[in-house]
Design a binder for this molecule. Structure first.
Ligand SMILES: Nc1ncnc2c1ncn2[C@@H]1O[C@H](COP(=O)(O)OP(=O)(O)O)[C@@H](O)[C@H]1O
Ligand SMILES: [Mg+2]
Length: 318
C-alpha cells in the first residue's frame, strides 16, 4: 500500500474553543493506535508543545525553517510516547505576521516547509495547531492542509464563527489550495444538559450535515488539568470521560481519514464509531505495520526510546 500523509489544520479564529486540547489528545489517541503523528505547534503560546511534555525551544520551531535557516528535520522532536512527535513553538512565532506578511511566498511557505516531511511518508498524520486568528499563519496552514478540522463550542453565535472560517476556506479553495476539505467540525466542552447547546448543535448539523463529527467532547475537569502535567489526558487518565471521548473521536477521525494501515470499509467505520473498546484489539492486529515503516510495536502508554522520526539523509540534506 502506498504511503499517504494527511495534513490536517486544526483551526478556529476564536481562542479557547479547544483547538490545542483537540490536537494534543487526537495526536495521543492516534499514536496509541500506532499511527505515526507529527504535531506542528504554530501558536506562539506553545500550549501544544507544553501539553505534550516539551518546552518552548529557541531556534527549534517552524520559525527558522520558514526563514530558510534550518532544515525541517532538525526541529522535529520525539515525545515520551511512541509514534508521537512534535515541532515545538517559540515566542518568535509571534512575529510571524510582521516577519512573513510581506513575503511573496507567504501563502505557500508552510506547504513548502512541510513538503519533505510529507514526501518522506514518515507520518500518517501531520496536525497543525493554528493560532487563534485569521492571520498569515492560519491562512498558510490552510494552504498546506488536506483538510481542516474545526473545534467549536456549542454556544451563542457559534454559527457566525463558523461562517467566518468557512468563508476563509472557500477563498483558499478558490485560489491557493483547491483540494482543501472541510474535514469536519467537532463540538468541544459540551454540556449535554444545556438546552442552548442542544439547539446550537442541531443548527450546525442542519447546515454541515455529515461534516459534523458524531463524537461530542464533554467538559471534563481531567481534560483541563492534564496540560500542567505535560501528559495528554488520553494517557494521564485514560478512563476519564474526556479521555474516552477523545479516543472515540480518534476512531471516527481515522475512519474518515484512512491512511496506509486502513482498509476502509463501512463495517469497520461503523464498528469504530459504535464500539471503540472492542474494536481496538481486532483492529490493532489486523493492521500490523509493514516492516519498512517507522512504527514501533509498543503501545503508546509505554514511554518510547525517544527515537527521532525517520527522514532519510537525502531528505535531511534537501
Ligand atoms: N473538554 C474540556 N473540558 C474541560 N476543559 C477543557 C476542555 N477542552 C479544553 N479545555 C480547557 O479550555 C481552555 C482552552 O482550551 P484550548 O484547547 O487551549 O483552546 P484553544 O487552543 O482553542 O485556544 C484550556 O484551559 C483547556 O484546558
Ligand atoms: Mg491553542
Amino acid at each position: 500500500m502506498s504511503r499517504r500523509t494527511k495534513i490536517i489544520a486544526i483551526a478556529n479564529q476564536k481562542g479557547g474553543v479547544g483547538k490545542t486540547t483537540t490536537v494534543v489528545n487526537l495526536a495521543a489517541a492516534l499514536s496509541a493506535r500506532r499511527r505515526t503523528v507529527l504535531v506542528v505547534d504554530l501558536d506562539p503560546q506553545a500550549h501544544a508543545t507544553l501539553g505534550l511534555g516539551l518546552e518552548k525551544t529557541v531556534g527549534g520551531s517552524m520559525y527558522p525553517v520558514l526563514l530558510g535557516d534550518k532544515p525541517i528535520a532538525d526541529v522535529i522532536q520525539p515525545t515520551k510516547w511512541n509514534n508521537l512527535n512534535v515541532i515545538p513553538s517559540e515566542v518568535d512565532l509571534a512575529g510571524a505576521e510582521l516577519d512573513f506578511g510581506m513575503r511573496e511566498d507567504r501563502l505557500v511557505m508552510i506547504r513548502e516547509a512541510l513538503a519533505p516531511v510529507k514526501e518522506s511518508g514518515a507520518f500518517d498524520y501531520i496536525l497543525l495547531d493554528c493560532p487563534p486568528s485569521l492571520g498569515i499563519v492560519m491562512t498558510s496552514s490552510l494552504v498546506a492542509a488536506d483538510g481542516v478540522l474545526i473545534p467549536i463550542q456549542a454556544e451563542f453565535l457559534a454559527m457566525d464563527g463558523l461562517a467566518l472560517i468557512t468563508s476563509s476556506i472557500n477563498r483558499i479553495r478558490a485560489g491557493a489550495n483547491p483540494s482543501l476539505e472541510l474535514n469536519g467540525i467537532v463540538f468541544t466542552m459540551v454540556n449535554a444538559q444545556a438546552k442552548l447547546a442542544q439547539d446550537v448543535m442541531e443548527e450546525v448539523r442542519k447546515h454541515f450535515t455529515d461534516r459534523v463529527y458524531e463524537t461530542l467532547i464533554p467538559r471534563n475537569v481531567r481534560v483541563s488539568e492534564a496540560p500542567s502535567t505535560g501528559t495528554p489526558v488520553v494517557f494521564l487518565d485514560p478512563r476519564s470521560r474526556g479521555a474516552e471521548a477523545y479516543k472515540a473521536f480518534a476512531w471516527e477521525f481515522m475512519a474518515k481519514n484512512p491512511t496506509r494501515y486502513d482498509i476502509p470499509s463501512p463495517a469497520a467505520a461503523s464498528a469504530a464509531a459504535t464500539a471503540p473498546a472492542e474494536a481496538n484489539a481486532a483492529e490493532a492486529s489486523a493492521s500490523a505495520p509493514a516492516a519498512s515503516t517507522p512504527v514501533s510495536d509498543a503501545t503508546a502508554q509505554t514511554p518510547s526510546s525517544a527515537e527521532p522520526p525517520v527522514l532519510t539523509q537525502a531528505q535531511k540534506d534537501a
